[in-house]
Structures are given as C-alpha cells and as structure tokens.
Design a protein around this ligand. Structure first.
Ligand code: AMP
Ligand code: SF4
Length: 480
C-alpha cells in the first residue's frame, strides 16, 4: 500500500517547439533537457520534415512526421541515433509528469494525429477542467480515444467539423470549447501554432534563432539553445509561425493574466523570466518581504535546497542574520533510486537531505521553505535539525497557506492531504514541531512579482475558471 506521506508530489509539464531551424529535433532535445525540472516521468519529440518555410505549399503532401518518446529522463530516452531519426526543420517536444490522465507510455506526448485533411502533432502543458464533459460530447459524436490526455480532446475538437473553412477557425472554435489552463503547441506540415489559455495560467515564451523560431514553457530553455527572447505569448492568443513569419490571432476577447503563482514560488528555474519578472529576483524579494512581515531573532538562516535558496538569501539580507549552508541535498537520488525501507529509515538512513552538524549545532535557526503542502518536508527537516543540535527552529514559508487543491495541472495534492486545509497556523506549528511558524501574505506575492493579477486559487479558493461538477465531486470534502 502506498504511504501518502512518502508519495512524491510533482509539477506539471514542459513544452518546447522549433520552427524553421535546421536540426530542430536536436535543439528540442537541449530545450527539453533545460525543462527537465518540470517533469521527469516521460518525454517525447515529434519532428516534421517538410522543408518548412521554403516551399511549404508544394511540399505539403510529402511532409514526414517522425516521433520518438519514452518513459524516463530526456538523457535516458534520447541518444544520437534516435535524434538522427527525427529529421526536419520543425519539431515539438514535451516533458511530462502525469497530471490528468495518469501515467503510462500511451500518455507520453507529443501525439501525432493523421487526418485526411493533414497530419498534425500536439503537445500540451496544463490541465483542462471540462475534459470529462468534452470527451463524453465527442464520444457521443463518434470519437474514439486512445489516451486519456487533454491533447487528444483538443485534436478531436479541431477535426470534428467536416467543413472546409480555414484551419485557424477550427482551432479558434476548439479553443473556445475547452476550459482550464493550457499552453498548446500544434505542429502542422507547414506551420506551428502556439496557443495560451485566456486566463494566462500557464506560461509560454517566444524566441528567435537563426532566422527561425523557438517557443518554450520557460525562458531558461531559450537561453540554453542560444535563442533571443522575443516576447511571451499573451493570454487568449494564438501565435502562428509559417513561411510568412510570425502572426497573431486572439481566440477570445476575455483576457486576464492570472499566471500561476506557484511558477514563481516553486516550479520554474531561477534563471527563467516569467512575463519579464526573473524567478530568482521574485523569490529573493519574497524572502525580504517574509522578514518584514515575520521577523525573528536568530543566529542563522537556512534554506531548504534547492527551490528555497533564493528566498532564504532574501530573508538573510533583509534581517542581517547570516545565511548558512545548514542543509545539503544529494543531487543523485533519481527516479530509479531504491528508496530506503522503513527499517533503514528508522536507523536514520536519509538519502536526499543532510543537516550540517557543525553549522547548526547550538544555533537558533530560521528555516525557510518555499511552500508547505502536506507538511512532510518541514516536519522531517525540523526533526533533522533538532537531531544535530539546533537550539530553536523558526519556520518561515515564502508563500501563503495552501488550503485548496489545484485543478490547473499542478499536483498540489487532494484536499484531504493539504495540511493547511485542516489546521490553523498554531496547529501546523505543533504538527511540524517548530518553535514558531509564519507564512507569507498574498499581498507580498503581488508586490514581489509587481503584478496586478496572479492565480492564487490554491491559497484562497478563488478559482478563475468555472469548476465543473466532476471536480467538485472529486473533492466533496472541500469547502466550495
Ligand atoms: P510538503 O512536504 O508536502 O509540505 O511539500 C512542500 C515541499 O515540496 C516544499 O519543500 C516545496 O519546495 C516542494 N513542493 C511544493 N509544491 C510541489 C509540487 N507540486 N511538487 C513537488 N514538490 C513541491
Ligand atoms: Fe498555480 Fe495554485 Fe493556481 Fe494551481 S491553483 S495554477 S498551483 S497558483
């Protein structure tokens, strides 16, 4: 039986696309490698050899889509031989952690769809909230699904109409039927379409490279492949790359910029800029604001590696309390690592994190973590620091209390598992055995990001989209 407190929670997916640059699959490989932190369960690349941008019209029927994908890390799945089999000047790729649809190779993206009007490939980051309703709607009209992925729903929606109107109208209609968080890449024989949800929940950026185009969930991957950042795709926008260059169409008049706050707080790499705000700078500022809101007298500031280090630096700088390396992470505990048995754990075998005794012993510690989901990490680290002789441990969390589940592709656990959904701050403090505990305010998140809009649904339950009955049922114990 799986033990809930030992089950890993995870982030959503990452997408990367290339249009009209030679060796597109190779570039996509490097791009996906830079996005590996967004998903480690599976990855895939679809390349299209259609001489894109040269004479797409006449090449249309000879376009050749090739696919390679598997379950594992980017470096485990691809090698020179497999990349060489993915010919063409355009490609899309995906790194996955299973969100909607569960695991298994059949759910590893991108997907290729063959249709008499043309072949296309799809990759998707995010989660649709009305997928159950849409798959029923489509099945009632004769669609048969091969996977449980949201991408397949979009593909069926795009191709459900038999009329010959321009392709873009099919895509606009399809996007207007789906609800939720998404960044979709649609690779056609002669073009690449990039679509972002009208709430702006999931990020996607555009770069330019060698006369062609690159798109990525995060700008860190643009830097990796040497592309120059052009701009972010806007909420409710479809950006089209084809032989005429880059064009833009809005699929919806409704537009907001509720970018997922957890992208800043936890998921994205510190060297990425999300809508022109650098992730490290955001975290550092949030650490500073955390000190201003919840100061404490202590000897050292320690961050939980790796995602909390920027916030810890911010807290240390603002407070004047020295930042110390009180915790060290073993980077080589991978997916396939054999987890210690209960017996080994009781003997104190801890593979991921170690406390540095000589730094922590006899000290009053401010422990900074970026978020508290089920409380497992904080509880374990507080115990670890006490074992090596910390005098006091003051936990400061660089985000508000997570009280609601996320339906937009982020696995922040179910309502039942969320510690702050059931406990007030004092009860959480007792549960993790800290001397004091404080969380950052929502106002501080707006301030650190210099944004007027952010998705904060998992902190306050105000979901920007409609929530469908199926989801409400799945979380019937929750308050909405
Ligand atoms: P927990 O131990 O359940 O309280 O989770 C909090 C820890 O997990 C923090 O150290 C975060 O850095 C990290 N974290 C937050 N959200 C996620 C997520 N969706 N997937 C994986 N780790 C996360
Ligand atoms: Fe991100 Fe939380 Fe909103 Fe989900 S609910 S999109 S994790 S801010």
């Amino acid at each position: 039986m799986s033990n809930i407190s030992d089950r890993e929670i995870h982030e959503e997916c990452g997408v990367f696309g290339v249009y009209n640059v030679s060796n597109a699959a190779n570039l996509t490989y490097y791009g996906l490698h830079a996005l590996q932190h967004r998903g480690q369960e599976g990855c895939g690349i679809v390349a299209c050899d259609s001489h894109c941008g040269i004479d797409a019209q006449s090449q249309q029927n000879s376009a050749n889509f090739s696919t390679y994908k598997g379950e594992g890390l980017v470096t485990e799945i691809f090698n020179e031989k497999t990349l060489a089999s993915l010919a063409g000047n355009s490609a899309i790729g995906h790194v996955r952690y299973s969100t909607a649809g569960g695991g298994g190779i059949k759910n590893v993206q991108p997907f290729v769809f063959r249709h008499h009007t043309g072949t296309f490939a799809l990759a998707h980051n995010g989660n649709l909230v009305n997928s159950r309703e849409l798959s029923k709607y489509l099945e009632d009209r004769g669609s048969l699904f091969q996977s449980t992925s949201d991408s397949e729903i979009l593909a069926h929606l795009i191709k459900k109409e038999k009329d010959k109107s321009a392709r873009i109208y099919h895509i606009i209609d399809a996007l207007n039927m789906i609800e939720g968080a998404f960044a979709f890449l649609i690779l056609m024989e002669d073009s690449l379409y990039v679509c972002r949800d009208k709430y702006g929940l999931r990020p996607i950026s555009i770069g330019k490279l060698n006369g062609g185009w690159v798109v990525s969930s995060e700008t860190c991957a643009l830097d990796t492949v040497g592309a120059t950042f052009v701009r972010d795709v806007e909420a409710g926008e479809i950006v089209i790359f084809d032989k005429d260059g880059m064009r833009s169409v809005d699929y919806s008049k409704f537009k907001h910029n509720y970018l997922c706050a957890m992208e800043y707080i936890y998921f994205s790499r510190p060297d990425s800029d999300l809508e022109r705000c650098n992730v490290h700078a955001f975290r550092k500022e949030s650490g500073k604001l955390l000190y201003e809101e919840s100061p404490v007298d202590a000897d050292i500031v320690v961050g939980v590696p790796d995602s909390s280090l920027s916030a810890a630096v911010g807290y240390a700088e603002a407070s004047g309390i020295p930042y110390e390396l009180g915790l060290v992470k073993n980077k080589y505990v991978g997916r396939t690592f054999i987890q210690p048995s209960q017996n080994m754990r009781e003997k104190g075998v801890r593979m991921k994190l170690s406390a540095v005794r000589s730094i922590v012993a006899g000290k009053r510690v401010v422990l900074i973590d970026d978020s508290l989901v089920r409380g497992t990490t904080s509880r374990r680290i507080v115990a670890l620091l006490r074992e090596v002789g910390a005098l006091e441990i003051h936990v400061r969390i660089a985000s508000p209390q997570i009280t609601h589940p996320c339906f937009y592709g982020v696995d922040t656990s179910t309502f039942d598992e969320l510690m702050s959904a059931h406990k007030n701050i004092e009860q959480v403090r007792q549960a993790i055995n800290a001397d004091s505990l404080a969380f950052l305010s929502e106002e501080a998140l707006y301030k650190a990001s210099t944004r007027k809009e952010l998705c904060l649904s998992c902190f306050n339950g105000n979901y920007p989209t409609a929530l469908y009955q199926s989801i409400a049922e799945a979380n019937k114990d929750s308050k909405f």
